[in-house]
Ligand binder design. Structure first.
Ligand code: ADP
Length: 614
């Protein structure tokens, strides 16, 4: 396979895997996590609207305490009379009439009173199949009362399995339950069940989520206070009144809610108020479509993949955490403002799964890369070693023949037979070439010593000015040949510790370069001064200067500027590299100021307090 194709494949495979992971995750339901996040959104909802069309009346501990019993049918009759006065629009009894205590006549009187209301319903806490029509018929004397199914649901064996009530049934086998029937009296829209927001089918029932409000939102009026103090005329006009129990005698009268897992978190009376209000306001939370869940999960999977494979772990985690935060905030905000429930479980799980799936993949890739680097590095080190060994071996072997040439030239030069001027000239050239060769060889040898870390400082006390004088006097002849004038301005200085050989090489190289790269008849100025405990040596020339883009490179190994490479000026490109190395061995610095065509000034700063230990 071509390298290009392989690279594309290596990029595409993880993306396909991320998409596959997202698709697989979305096939599973994570009801517990989803319900937990649903509850969090309900709990943290900053505001909640109610219709104010509902009034609850509770047989509460106060009622039982003051009557010294649960209310009997006479009390219930009185309640109905009060509700008549208050002009309640709808009355819903959550208590079963056959549980009322009283004589048959009293029960009949109560039953007749119920018929005076336009809308009076008894809520049956169950659902019945179509064939069980009879179960809706209340026995005499309540046979004329309209009974409607008003079941409660809890996630006991299904969904989150935490026994919390979150949903309500709006119809079973096509028959509407109490809440949509009564809700439709207040809200025309839901007359057609299909218009109920968030409706979903579950087996034979249509259901929706309850728009829960915290316990206490629907403040119940005490049963006993209602009958003893009476209700003002028209005070419940247009309202739906729910009558139920809240005496904490049985847990069946209570539910767990998204707000609290306490077994008596909310009375069923208040639960029915929440259910009815959900219908009146048609405000049931509704789930986002499946495709949106799939799309979001896929996007987040791919993002996780990108983070894991492309970014540094710390940066990746920050990006991932902020994306999760932004996504969560967006989910919460949409829920609070529109009631839309965007699934959060699948995207969150995809992050974890993709993260743990792709981390090993990344490790394998990185391992492979570092192995390749290691191999390359090994090869390079071997080549470098070979080169250095070869260079130093060769240089070593060259030293003896050069010395011999120099020896021979001096013998011939000092011979008693007089030499012709051409012969003398030839001898001088021979001697100069041998000297250049020797310098080159010793540079190479020095390089070898540096690279094998053999080089150690041999410190001696010496006055830097006298060292510079030595250097100048050695190079005087070369300068004269180009008619270059070397002048010195030395500040008197104390002797300081230095490796005389190495620094001689440094200064020789600087002065030699100043001569080499300057035109004939120019000037070279060498200065020294004591500046803040440092010996500062400067070699300034009026030569060709160094172009700006090359100035950063001239201290590199084997670097020669373009100008010098194309000119006849000879050099190895090692002089400044070695000079920098030697100066730094002395804990000093070397730098250059130069302007093209005007000249260069090399500055060496050396500490004057160098000791053997440093
Ligand atoms: P070389 O053997 O080429 O002189 P160096 O390491 O001594 O090697 O110098 C590196 C390069 O720096 C030279 O090739 C030259 O281009 C530039 N250079 C050094 N000194 C001077 C100077 N005084 N004036 C102009 N260019 C210089």
């Amino acid at each position: 396979m071509k390298v290009e194709n392989r690279k594309t494949l290596i990029r595409i495979i993880p993306i396909l895997l991320a998409v596959a992971i997202a698709v697989v995750i979305c096939q599973f339901r994570f009801d517990f996590i989803e319900s937990f996040l649903f509850d969090a959104r309900i709990r943290l909802k900053p505001t909640s609207n109610i219709s104010n069309k509902i009034q609850t009346i509770a047989i509460d501990p106060k009622t039982v305490d003051s009557l010294k019993r649960v209310p009997n049918v006479r009390d219930h009759l009185e309640l109905l009379k009060q509700l008549q006065i208050a002009q309640a629009e709808v009355v819903i009894y959550l208590l079963q009439p056959n549980e009322l205590v009283g004589s048959y006549e009293e029960l009949s009187a109560w039953a007749n009173e119920t018929l005076k209301f336009k809308h009076f319903h008894v809520a049956i806490p169950d659902v019945y199949m179509k064939s069980e029509e009879d179960k809706f018929k209340l026995s005499a004397p309540f046979e004329k009362i309209n009974a409607l199914q008003a079941p409660r649901t809890s996630d006991r064996t299904l969904f989150a399995k935490d026994d919390v009530t979150r949903r309500m049934i709006t119809s079973y086998q096509g028959r509407l339950t109490l809440h949509p029937v009564v809700g439709a009296l207040y809200n025309e829209t839901i007359k057609d069940e299909k218009n109920i927001r968030g409706l979903f089918e579950f087996y034979e029932a249509n259901q929706t989520y309850i728009d829960f409000h915290p316990t206490g939102t629907y403040q119940a009026q005490s049963f006993v206070e209602t009958i003893s103090q009476g209700l003002t005329e028209g005070s419940l006009k247009g309202k739906a009144v729910l009558i139920g129990r809240d005496i904490r005698s049985t847990v069946n009268d209570y539910i767990k809610t998204p707000f609290s897992r306490d077994v008596v978190a909310m009375s069923t009376l208040e639960m029915h108020a929440n259910m009815l209000d959900t219908m009146i306001l048609n405000s049931a939370p509704f789930s986002a479509p499946k495709w949106l869940d799939q799309v979001l999960t896929t996007i987040i999977s791919i993002l996780t993949l990108f983070v894991v494979l492309m970014l540094k772990p710390s940066k990746g985690l920050v990006i991932l955490a902020s994306s999760v935060l932004v996504f969560s905030i967006a989910c919460f905000l949409t829920f609070w403002t529109t009631g839309l429930m965007i699934g959060m479980a699948h995207p969150f799980l995809s992050i974890f799964i993709c993260y743990y799936f792709f981390i090993p993949y990344r490790l394998i890739m990185e391992n492979r890369k570092s192995w390749e680097y290691y191999q390359k590095n090994k090869l390079l080190t071997q080549v470098e070693e070979l080169k250095t060994n070869f260079l130093s071996m060769m240089s070593h072997d060259l030293k003896t023949p050069i010395a011999r040439i120099q020896g021979m030239t001096s013998i011939v030069a000092s011979d008693s037979n007089p030499l012709s001027s051409r012969q003398k000239e030839a001898l001088a050239t021979l001697d100069k070439s041998a000297e250049e060769l020797l310098q080159f060889v010793s540079s190479i040898l020095n390089l070898g010593r540096i690279e094998s870390k053999e080089l150690k400082l041999h410190l001696q006390s010496k006055d830097v000015n006298s060292l510079l004088e030595d250097v100048v006097s050695k190079l005087e002849y070369t300068a004269q040949q180009k008619q270059i004038e070397i002048s010195t301005e030395f500040e008197p200085m104390f002797s300081m510790k230095m490796d005389v050989d190495l620094l001689r090489q440094v200064f020789s190289n600087l002065v030699e370069n100043a001569i080499k790269y300057s035109p004939p008849k120019s000037k070279v100025l060498i200065t020294t001064e004591d500046r803040n405990g440092k010996a500062v040596i400067q070699v300034a020339d009026q030569g060709m200067g160094i172009p700006d883009d090359e100035i950063g490179h001239i201290f590199m190994k084997f670097y020669r500027s373009k100008n010098s490479k194309s000119s006849t000026i000879k050099g190895s490109g090692l002089g400044l590299y070695l000079a920098k190395y030697f100066v730094e061995l002395h804990h000093g610095t070397i730098f250059v100021d130069s302007s093209l065509g005007q000249g260069s000034t090399f500055t060496v700063e050396l500490p004057m307090d160098l000791t053997d230990e440093t």
